[in-house]
Design a protein around this ligand. Structure first.
Ligand code: SAH
Ligand code: SF4
Length: 441
């Protein structure tokens, strides 16, 4: 039996798809990247923006065509659209066999077998209680090629930003015991992982008993063999000073943070229900830079939020310059069902949203270029991950998140270096990456 999974959306979905593959593989399935070979074909969907929802629905529609040749293929939707739509998917897309929301992946193989053995489709939605066993634990990486791993520390979100559907589709916040996170990290490290990214919708709001997020970071920093620690996504409101001062202090914590700001206008931040203002955000940035001057700060931005005037938008552009972000994911606002913002008038015209998005892209691109240029001549530690941009090169990420391509010395090949840390001197900055040469010691 063969499983095909196509993943859309955030790193949480990427992580979940991995766990789904492991669960099926433990049941004897093999994986395929060709849907025509599949016995079970799943779309792991995202609904955070309207466009993502459309993509999930149209990709599922395409997968259904597999059934024309082979009626026994099981086609399913998992992920956030599964939770959002539930059984409605069967009306939207007749022919879909199974719809399973994220908190039920542990039972996915049984559910597929059940659908196979009876007539009719099956939908399972809703949330678990967040008991330790409700978190899907990462299996060992399949090869040394994978020296990085994600570890979930919390599920759900209760922040309820006015525009966001995540709390509806991912449920209430449930935080994992610190011992469980530590033991998962230890077992990954003993299987060859050197870099771990902690995952949570509001990752820095982590709290379990007496332990807060900074305690968790400190605990993981003491795991021998864990060279790099990252996390995503933190919320500015929860960036307490014990978290900001962890940067530059904890040996494994990388000099990079993705800290979504969403807007540079206090009026819009308040309408978004973000519960911080521009001054609060700048204070967090100042604390981060004080603790770790070389830190790279990237962000998420929404343009064209209901009621966003040209002046509000100018304030966003000004904030981008003021912070000097080294990267950003920027999005045109789209209303999501059931959110507070969906009741507001979506009054920024589509062409104006597009213009604002282009303006943000231009600013960010120019800052990215400056940031990369400033690294020429620096020595960076690279975790080698894959073949490089040009023949003979290998590629990997620096601790600050930058991709660096370089030609290995001493006749070393990609096979020798993958999963290893290599010191590299940056010799040139290109439009999306850096070029380096190995430092011979
Ligand atoms: N939990 C994370 C991000 C979750 S969603 C956080 O709070 O930062 C990822 C990003 O999608 C958000 O940061 C936001 O920029 C964007 N987004 C969420 N809802 C949106 C909407 N309705 N329209 C446009 N962008 C949206
Ligand atoms: Fe959505 Fe806000 Fe929660 Fe992030 S913190 S997932 S933007 S509600």
């Amino acid at each position: 039996m063969k499983l095909y999974v196509k993943t859309f959306g955030c790193q949480m979905n990427v992580h979940d798809s991995r766990r789904i593959e492991e669960i099926f593989s433990a049941a004897g399935y093999s994986m395929t990247t060709d849907p025509r070979q599949a016995d079970v074909a799943l779309i792991n969907s995202c609904t955070v923006r309207e466009k993502a929802w459309h993509k999930a629905i149209s990709e599922t529609g395409r997968l259904r065509k597999l059934k024309r040749g082979r009626r026994d293929v099981i086609v399913g939707v998992v992920g956030c659209v599964a939770q959002q739509e539930g059984e409605r998917i069967f009306d939207l897309l007749p022919g879909v066999d199974i719809v399973v929301a994220p908190d039920h992946y542990g039972k996915l193989v049984e559910l597929v077998e059940e659908v196979r053995s009876r007539e009719g489709a099956l939908a399972l939605t809703g949330f678990d209680r967040g008991l330790p066993q409700d978190f899907l634990i990462a299996g060992p990486p399949p090869s040394r090629r994978e020296a990085t791993a994600f570890v979930t520390i919390m599920k759900g979100c209760q922040e309820r930003c006015a525009y966001c559907i995540v709390p509806t589709v991912r449920g209430p916040e449930r935080h994992r015991p610190i011992e469980d996170v530590e033991s998962e990290v230890r077992s990954l490290v003993s299987a060859g992982v050197v870099e771990v990214t902690l995952l949570g919708q509001k990752v820095n709001a982590y709290r379990r008993g007496e332990a807060g997020f900074a305690d968790l970071l400190r605990c993981l920093d003491s795991v021998e063999g864990l060279e790099r620690l990252r996390f995503t996504s933190p919320h500015p409101r929860h960036m307490t000073s014990d978290v900001t001062s962890s940067f530059g202090n904890l040996r494994s914590l990388c000099e990079s943070i993705h800290l979504p700001v969403q807007s540079g206008s206090n009026r819009i931040l308040s309408r978004m229900g973000r519960r911080y203002n521009v001054e609060d955000y700048l204070l967090v940035v100042a604390r981060l830079r004080e603790a770790c001057p070389s830190i790279g700060i990237s962000t998420d931005l929404i343009v064209g939020y209901p009621g966003e005037t040209k002046e509000d938008f100018e304030e966003t552009l000004a904030l981008i310059d003021r912070v000097g972000f080294c990267g950003a994911f920027s999005f045109k606002y789209s209303p999501r069902p059931g959110t507070k913002a969906a009741r507001l008038d979506d009054d920024v015209p589509a062409d104006e949203k597009a213009r604002r998005l282009d303006a943000v892209h231009d600013r960010i691109e120019s800052l990215e270029r400056q940031w990369r240029k400033s690294m020429v001549g620096a020595r960076l530690e690279i975790l080698v991950a894959s073949a490089g941009r040009l023949p003979g090169q290998v590629s990997g990420r620096a601790r600050n998140g930058q991709i660096v391509n370089f030609v290995p010395t001493d006749g070393k090949t990609i096979e020798d270096l993958v999963g290893h840390l290599v010191e590299v001197e940056v010799i040139a900055a290109h439009s999306h990456s850096l070029e380096g040469k190995s430092v011979i010691r």
